[in-house]
Ligand binder design. Structure first.
Ligand code: ADP
Length: 160
């Protein structure tokens, strides 16, 4: 039974996140999406709202679970869940340096857990949660980039 953790802020969850999730689902028996509270980033949606939306988006994936990460180190959480891997998406070179630092630190802290980087379909290379929030707030059509449950919540929150 190979379990992986897919951590992130997911503010909000996008089709790019789903792309990575699907690739990871083909590699692991179970994926836990771990929603970081991340108050530093001042998220638009609370961790509970984000987790709720993601649950609706992944309802059809039987091997995917959703949890919230309130405090402590991700690697400790992953160890506690007996995960073998941490999944991260790599879109562009810009993602690389920061991700590399964290992955190496996590490997130092826990050598048994491997960080796995997956590349999304090219059409999601420039898709970020922050661009979705910005374009949505300014009235742009973002329906090609987010799952329906997210679009519904964004509409309710910012009238997209
Ligand atoms: P974080 O604050 O942890 O970076 P994000 O929600 O921005 O949270 O991203 C979570 C993970 O999903 C990261 O590994 C990120 O690289 C990946 N990701 C975000 N957007 C995309 C996308 N469009 N395509 C592929 N991976 C993505």
């Amino acid at each position: 039974m190979k379990r992986a953790i897919y951590p992130g802020t997911f503010d909000p969850f996008t089709n790019g996140h789903i792309d990575i999730l699907e690739r990871a689902s083909n590699l692991f028996d179970e994926i836990i999406i771990a929603v970081a509270v991340n108050s530093q980033k001042k998220p638009m949606f609370s961790a509970e709202e984000r987790a709720e939306m993601i649950k609706e988006c992944v309802a059809e994936y039987p091997t995917v679970k959703v949890d919230t990460l309130h405090s402590g180190l991700l690697i400790d959480y992953a160890r506690q869940k007996q995960a073998v891997a941490i999944i991260r998406g790599l879109r562009q070179v810009a993602d690389f340096e920061y991700e590399f630092q964290i992955a190496l630190m996590n490997r130092h802290l826990c050598p048994e857990i491997t960080t796995v980087f997956l590349m999304p379909n090219e059409k999601y290379t420039y898709l970020t949660s922050s661009i979705i929030r910005e374009v949505g707030a300014l009235g742009g059509d973002i329906s090609d980039f987010v799952p329906k449950p997210v679009l519904k919540r964004l509409k309710a929150r910012i009238g997209v």
